[in-house]
Design a protein around this ligand. Sequence first.
Ligand code: PAF
Length: 281
Amino acid sequence: MKIVGTIAEMRALCRSAKSGGKRLGLVPTMGALHEGHLSLVRAAKEKTDVIATSIFVNPTQFGPTEDFSRYPRALEKDCAILWREGVEFVFAPAVEEMYPAGAVTWVTVGGLSDRLCGKSRPGHFRGVATVVAKLFHIIEPDAAFFGQKDAAQHAIIRKMVRDLDMPVAIEVCPIVREADGLALSSRNAYLNAEERKSALVLYRSLQCAQELFRTGERNSAKLIAAARQEFASESNVRLDYFEIVNPDSLEPVLDTSSPSLAAVAAYVGNTRLIDNIVLGA
Ligand code: PAF
């Protein structure tokens, strides 16, 4: 496995790995890897011939008061894990390599970038779309693998790829959960024991909406109201949003007769967590 820090070397290695018709799969990450990431690597192994993973804590997708500086970083441990998984290339550039001084060009996916997490994290999806576009240009993958947990993120990336004719297939893999339902996230590491228990309210609220949906309720407002009730008893959890939206446009839907994304974000203590479920999938 090669660990690469420069764009020039990564581009050259990936181009030569693809010569002879091999398909290259990319798993973009910010590191602090968990089973959710590994499920992406394993999906990439099934669908492509050579795997590249990027590990880059991307500063442009964090707001000024967010957790960029304390985001968990574990490059050595991550590389050992990726080596065991059979990954060929790890791209781990420095911030200055990805964003040379004076860089002013951004990718903004109009409309979608301001929905769901984009509302409370202004600029977040612009940072995500920009770094992912850069990774696609550097690595030139045939397919890139993203988790369903960041449902808005993959909707935005799918739209960017369509709008800008990027020759890469976007593959979305299911959410990986702990036995009690908590969606895996690198940010779960911030939670203390009490917060860890409270964090289950996100999944509970989604299950509540899903149960009501199963009984035949299709009215989004009623599903949302029931789901929001779950948060009433959690004093150290602050709900950011619970929304039901179209999974592609991320626009709110009034009726859930066609598959709809129920998405939730909440602060558990100071930790912002997200989760979602597709109703009627
Ligand atoms: O999902 C993530 O870890 C990040 O948003 C991504 C896609 C690697 C871009 O920095």
